[in-house]
Design a protein around this ligand. Sequence first.
Ligand SMILES: [Zn+2]
Length: 313
Amino acid sequence: MTKYNSVPTDKIRSVLTPEENAKIPFVFSASRLKEMRESLCCGENELLLGLAQLIRPFAITPLSHFNVGVVVLGITGTAYLGVNIEFEGIPLSQTVHAEQCATSNAWHHHEEQIVLVAGTEEPCGHCRQFLAELPHSDKLHFVVDGREEVLLTNILVNPFLPTSIKIEIEKETPLTSKIDVKPEFDLSELSAQPQTKQLATLALEALERSYSPYQISQCSPAALALRLKGGIVSAGALIENVAFNPSLPPLQSALIRLVVIEHNQKWGDIEEVVIVEDPKALIHQKEVTEAVIKVLSPSAKFMYLPVSVPHHP
Ligand SMILES: [Zn+2]
């Protein structure tokens, strides 16, 4: 079996443009990857592992100081990079793993399926479960620096899946799937607050894309949008997991977007957050999100807007 080793990061940097070197992108298109492979005379796995090493220093690890870099390859051939993100002052359960960060990055870019995960470290059990519930996960490949390529099914045997708890699922629901949502508020009433209206609009758009094919907790889709001082905005939505805890909450999704698209991690600059979710749901993001934001940016203001989400299982 072939073992794959990363292309050294200095070699990768030698083929990046000055702009890419100044600000390492968290996304590389299929055509850009092809150019790089040709310039570096290397295979795809070696390049993806090299990109995982390249992005690793950008992990946000105030607690562990243990940086992880991950690249997920979408079915379109685009590579999405991710890092682990830790937060001071809040429980460890709020931590974002690098595999989740990269997957959320793919979700933000409307990628419908992930085919390969390349990482600087072995994926933890939490991430194996998180990834197992994504579409076509039985065909998902993993490669870790210095190791052989394996299928997820090789490293997560007898998996706990939605079918384990008798949920009828559309197993192949793409990451790009949309759900019907109905605002239970009048957006036009926010016209006097244009910045809040913008956040509400972004949160609703994100909510439609909340990846919740199982809705195990009834109407669980949720989303939020936030704005930083200076005007940068971000939005994110829940990626649900039937094993519950690996689920990626909407706040983390929005913070990931700040890191991977806006290259901004100034959590203390968050000045407004708009949360949209169904008040009839059995779970709510509102209280925990407010508690976490109060630590990250104590003066941020909140708005909670109700929506109706059909419950379909
Ligand atoms: Zn993990």
